[in-house]
Ligand binder design. Structure first.
Ligand code: FMN
Length: 412
């Protein structure tokens, strides 16, 4: 079995490549899908063939590439319909502004658009272009039309674009695209089109350049939520304090150190976010003064005056709008009472509480025992579960709130 996911043997993935500068990156996507044993068929627009030779895709997919609606070939003269019958999922990457407009209008002026009108399987589209083009109201309106049709739109990453400008428009990493294909094939893309922000890990508040105040949070709970949400097709932003964990591929990771930085990173990435899981354990206090040089141990005593750091959850609660807000509370006493109090005062939708010090629960452990409290006052205590399973159950609760999703048949 290939690394990183289930075997895709027997599944047909059609990859549509359009004429954008990022077309070459899709060679890796095709290679990765082939490594997972998928049958990959590539369709290229005429413009795409100006960026990458069809031969490269042919070699990597081990199959002829479709470029010409009227070419006929092994599948006969109506190859676009034959291919639509076979497709289990379609990924279009990169999707140009031009293609997006043609698809949104239901045009059928080349192989790709004609094929798409005959397709009945899930379609994923990954736009990539110059930021100003991407933000143009025509492009945005066309993407909305495609979303309304049920197509999954994977928003582009922010980054340096080919023209040397910074902004949204970069094609997401191949792993992100492959993950989306996997989720669609597994019928688990229940959160597709949603953006979920997760905070994870501890923060550090430096006293001097070599000493800091922190806590034993490992980040495992937040990382598990990020991975599970990604696997359900969500776009995930993971704002993470320092941890030793490997971030799940295909999520946008924003590394931070202090609570102030976490606060600012959350605010910066809040645009378009549908739900926040605040699983981090940001330090509530920081030294009022940070020493520029290491404090010498010869000093007989050291008084550290502490001040409050910003309350990230409370700030989110104050301006949450329609966003779903899930808080986490690690308590040493009166767990339920404290958790209820936070739920109300911070305007949360769900509070996940656990008692620090219980074996097999809380910081650093791979398992957790949590009590989940919702806005209506309903309280559920779950048995000891892996953090991965806690993450799945929390996402089930989120899907219930949104009225989406499927009933899971296994607890794995
Ligand atoms: C050098 C170059 C790079 C381009 N890169 C992009 C791009 O990244 N995204 C995009 O939407 N259009 C891009 N275009 C414009 C498209 O190639 C053009 O709109 C073309 O008609 C797209 O055809 P298609 O949608 O059939 O593939 C680029 C054009 C040139 C000349």
């Amino acid at each position: 079995m290939p690394a990183g996911g289930q075997d895709l043997g027997g599944r047909t993935v059609v990859v549509g490549v359009t004429g954008g500068i990022a077309a070459y990156k899709v060679l890796d996507v095709v290679a990765e899908l082939r490594r997972a044993n998928a049958n990959v068929r590539v369709v290229m627009t005429k413009a795409a063939t100006r960026f990458v030779e069809p031969l490269s895709f042919e070699a990597l997919s081990a199959a002829p590439v479709y470029t010409d609606l009227f070419a006929g070939g092994e599948a006969g003269p109506v190859a676009h319909v034959a291919l639509a019958d076979k497709a289990d999922v379609v990924l279009i990457a990169p999707a140009t502004a031009d293609f997006i407009a043609r698809a949104a209008m239901g045009m059928a002026d080349d192989f790709l658009t004609t094929f798409l009108l005959a397709v009945r399987c899930p379609v994923i589209v990954a736009p990539a272009m110059n930021s100003r083009m991407y933000e143009h109201p025509f492009v945005q309106a066309n993407l909305q039309r495609l979303s309304a049709l049920g197509w999954q739109v994977i928003p582009p990453d922010h980054g340096w674009l080919a023209e040397g400008k910074y902004g949204p428009g970069r094609l997401p990493a191949p792993e992100r695209l492959v993950t989306a294909v996997r989720a669609a094939l597994a019928g688990r893309a229940t959160l597709s089109g949603r953006t979920i922000l997760v905070t994870a890990g501890p923060t550090r508040e430096y006293i001097d350049p070599v000493r800091f105040i922190s806590n034993p949070s490992s980040g495992k709970m937040g990382y598990a939520i990020a991975k599970a949400a990604r696997d359900r097709g969500a776009n995930v932003v993971l704002v993470s304090g320092p941890t030793v964990l490997e971030p799940p591929p295909g999520v946008t990771v924003v590394p931070v150190v202090s609570t102030q930085q976490m606060f600012e990173a959350v605010r910066t990435h809040l645009d378009g976010v549908d739900a926040v899981f605040a699983a981090a354990a940001p330090s509530d206090f920081r030294p009022r003064q940070r020493h520029a040089q290491k404090v010498k141990k010869e000093s007989a005593e050291l008084d550290i005056e502490l001040e409050r750091t910003p309350d990230i959850l409370a700030a989110l609660g104050e301006s949450k709008g329609n966003m779903v807000l899930v808080g986490f509370a690690a308590e040493t006493e009166n767990v339920l009472e404290n958790a209820r109090d936070k739920l109300v005062h911070k305007h949360l939708d769900l509070m996940v509480a656990n008692q620090v010090g219980m074996p097999g629960a809380g910081f650093e452990s791979d398992t957790n025992i949590v009590t989940v409290i919702d806005k209506s006052g309903k309280v559920e205590t779950w048995p000891r579960l892996s953090k991965a399973e806690v993450a799945e159950r929390l996402l089930d609760r989120l899907e219930e709130m949104w009225g989406v999703g499927t009933v899971r048949t296994s607890s794995s």
